[in-house]
Design a protein around this ligand. Structure first.
Ligand code: ASP
Length: 355
């Protein structure tokens, strides 16, 4: 799916939302986490980007994942961290800092020392947070330097094995009939799963009960166990479970079918053309990080995305590395900026807020 197609489809989805049925999400959990994060963010370092990389890195580097271990963002991070660590000649320690749809971790990284030893792997949520969270303790474009894009991952709509509906059409009918009796797992306000759920609910003009998790790793465990009815999540977390029959698959949320799941219809084929979204991931460092350090990380990322193990593992999980020209600070920054502009009117029109 191209970026342009995604733009068009999601804007159409927003335009189709009747004002009377606007959704509103309130998360006390998110608000509480943000207070803690705001306190940490108060001393965010500034500074320019001059200076060389020196002997960077001369000690282990922390990669912060804003969701729970075992989920799709965690999987992508661990896969690229391995070859990056080899290139950089230092250990990369992956830390999961879950909460508030990924904004807790982002706030902490924004406030971390700008020395290249704290790196954030985030996703599409970085572009939706400024509109969703009114008191966000960081500004995505101002408080970070972008390192490079990593991958763009399709999502799939999946249900518990024993959940009644067998097709997307049956799912739509079931949701319309049972409304808030139906449960939908997400990874917090602004998480990709939340955004996809929003598109689904808007497309069928019906609200379900959302069940927030620290990430879709633990959400998947509950979906497999039948504790929740359905969710929408990256193929990097669902492909294996779909193939093993541990969950039911309804559709892939891209314009094209996915080579890893060739039998799975697209949302357009299955009757929900406005539900189209893909999840882009990128690496960030605090804004004062020297440009030479950013460049070193970006070069290591570029190398990792050419690593055959990464390419093969990504393919098995329904995705691929971005093109080399995208794994750059400039391309990543442009994507972030355009995605903030893309999602703002959609979220405002839907009337969604994290407060
Ligand atoms: N897939 C999750 C989301 O909904 C996050 C994760 O656990 O990686 O954004």
């Amino acid at each position: 799916m191209t970026h342009g197609q995604s733009f068009h489809a999601t804007r159409s989805a927003a335009a189709a939302i009747p004002r009377s049925s606007r959704l509103r999400f309130v998360s006390a959990l998110a608000a509480g986490a943000l207070v803690a994060s705001a306190c940490q963010g108060a001393g965010a370092p500034g500074g320019g980007g001059a200076g060389g990389a020196g002997d960077y890195p001369n000690r282990p580097i922390n990669f912060v994942v804003p969701f729970a271990a075992g989920g799709p963002t965690d999987t992508v991070t661990r896969l690229v961290a391995e070859p990056m660590s080899r290139t950089l000649g230092q250990q990369i320690v992956v830390q999961n800092v879950a909460g508030a749809g990924g904004t807790l971790a982002a706030g902490q990284v924004a406030a971390a020392a700008p020395d290249g030893y704290t790196v954030l792997m985030h996703h599409i949520g970085m572009s939706t947070a400024p509109t969703l969270y009114k008191d966000l303790p960081f500004k995505p474009l101002e408080d970070f330097k972008t390192v490079g894009l990593v991958t763009e991952v399709p999502m799939t709509i999946v249900g518990a094995k024993d959940f009644e509906p067998k097709t997307l059409k049956e799912l739509v009918d079931h949701v319309k009939e049972n409304k808030e009796k139906v449960t939908y797992a997400n990874a917090g306000i602004g998480a990709a799963s939340h955004l996809c759920g929003l598109l689904i609910q808007n497309a069928i003009d019906t609200k379900v009960t959302e069940v927030p998790y620290d990430g879709t790793g633990p959400a998947m465990t509950d979906l497999v166990g039948g504790q929740v009815d359905f969710m929408c999540d990256q193929t990097t977390n669902t492909t294996q479970q779909i193939k093993e029959g541990a969950v039911k698959a309804y559709a892939v949320t891209t314009a094209e079918r996915n080579p890893a799941l060739p039998d799975l219809p697209t949302t357009a084929e299955a009757g929900l053309p406005n539900v189209e979204v893909a999840v882009w991931h990128g690496l960030y460092v605090p804004k004062g990080t020297p440009d030479a350090v950013v460049q070193k990380l970006s070069d290591a990322l570029k190398g990792a995305l050419k690593d055959q193990n990464v390419i093969d593992k990504f393919a098995g999980l329904g995705t691929a590395p971005v093109a080399e020209g995208q794994a750059t600070p400039e391309a990543h920054r442009q994507r972030l900026q355009s995605q903030i502009e893309l999602w703002r009117p959609i979220i405002e029109e839907a009337g969604v807020t994290a407060q």
